[in-house]
Ligand binder design. Structure first.
Ligand code: PLP
Length: 389
């Protein structure tokens, strides 16, 4: 059966250019980049070359790039690292702020931080499109009773794809909480936006993950701008300038760099091509499936995101029928426990629990073709009808 893969926001297939760049390391080339002999030096040279490339694509200096095991680690390092490095009030109290629609890698890290004594978490609300309400964020920061250690607002949402008004958010954070560190989770945005030129280039801390870009799973980076102190999550050999101990995965770093290069090389053409496919899919679903609604305005979301709500349908049932027809889509809010919790993102946007449970994310990317869109359009209508029937 032909498979229409429309789940690039979950993970995007490895790009041939990335596989080629990584091939020497999976095919015998090795070495611990911390060592001093020739094999180690060669590994270190490859690592530092990758660091230079990653830094250039993220608008940072090479010394500001910390390689991690992916987006989750980068997000946790940002939240706990900034929190640990913040002095707080004389009594030690601090505030942590994040948007209500963050990925669990940020949201749960912030919740865990708030279980520590003296740490309070404040969630910044979003509007019905999923964009942070900057005025309410302003008020929330103004009312903070303890110094704000870190503010985390993602560059673009993983479920509905909403691109956040980061420039305005950063302006407010700098004015109201000048002592705080601003973190942005750019894991989804990096596939589409030039982070070296976007507002993310103004953030103190920026997370990216290779596998959302057609790079390897288990590789990511955190940009730590300005050499500001960051308490490590891992202690050990002091790699990555004491910010992330552990032998660095050279192959993963090389893969991340190659993925960023590939994304940048085709950004303009791919953005136009994929956006046209996404528009065709969204228009087609609205025309052929009664009660199908886009969850966020198209002009506010990433080009590859098509998040739809299908009135009266449970997402899990629809996803099963789509899968049976060879169409891979997602609820957008994977939960390891398997519990069918309504998406916190859709709920924060004002949806009821039932509406939130009717949402399905189709996410398009570098391998998506007309045939994939066609397959989704052919499968969705009958599947929804069957479930309603
Ligand atoms: N942040 C966002 C916005 C994501 O979409 C994801 C993955 O879905 C992550 C963080 C976690 O990244 P990783 O899978 O590399 O740990």
């Amino acid at each position: 059966m032909r498979v229409a893969y429309l789940d690039h926001a979950a993970t995007s297939p490895l790009r041939p250019a990335v596989a080629e760049a990584m091939a020497p390391f999976t095919g015998g080339r090795f070495g611990n980049p911390s060592g001093s002999h020739r094999v180690a030096r060669a590994a270190s040279a490859a690592l530092e070359e990758a660091r230079v490339v990653v830094a250039a694509h993220l608008g940072a200096a090479p010394s500001e790039v910390v390689f991690t095991s992916g987006g989750t680690e980068a997000d946790n390092l940002a939240v706990f690292g900034a929190l640990g490095a913040c002095g707080g009030s004389p009594g030690g109290d601090v505030t942590v702020v994040c948007s209500a629609v963050e990925h669990p890698a940020v949201l749960e890290a912030c919740r865990a931080a708030a279980r520590r004594p003296g740490v309070t978490l404040a969630l910044a609300p979003v509007d019905p499109a999923g964009a942070v309400d900057v005025e309410r964020l302003d008020g929330l920061l103004a009312r903070a009773t303890a110094p704000v250690a870190v503010v985390s607002v993602m560059a673009a949402n993983n479920e509905v794809g909403t691109v956040q008004p980061l420039d305005e958010v950063i302006d407010v954070v700098r004015r109201r909480a000048p002592g705080s560190r601003f973190h942005t989770d750019a894991v989804q945005a990096a596939a589409w936006l030039d982070l070296s030129r976007s507002a993310a280039a103004r953030a103190d801390l920026v997370s990216v993950s290779a596998h959302k870009l057609g790079g390897p799973t288990g590789s990511g980076a955190l940009v730590v701008r300005g050499g500001a102190p960051l308490e490590p999550l891992f202690f050990g050999g002091g790699q990555e300038q004491e910010r992330r101990s552990g032998t660095v995965d050279v192959s993963g770093a090389v893969g991340l760099a190659a993925a960023l290069v590939a994304v940048a090389a085709e950004r303009d053409t791919e953005t136009a091509r994929v956006r046209a496919l996404r528009d065709r899919l969204a228009d087609g679903l609205r025309e052929t499936v009664k009660g199908a609604e886009e969850s966020a305005p198209r002009d506010q979301v990433l080009p590859g995101h098509c998040h739809m709500r299908f009135d009266g349908v449970e997402q899990e049932d629809l996803l099963l029928l789509l899968d049976a027809a060879g169409v891979c889509a997602a609820a957008g809010s994977a939960c390891a426990s398997g519990a069918l919790e309504p998406s916190h993102v859709l709920v924060a946007m004002g949806c009821t629990a039932a509406e939130a449970r009717s949402g399905v994310r189709f996410s398009l990317g570098h391998t998506t073709t007309d045939a994939d869109v066609e397959a989704a359009l052919l499968a969705a209508g009958p599947a929804v009808e069957r479930l309603r029937g």
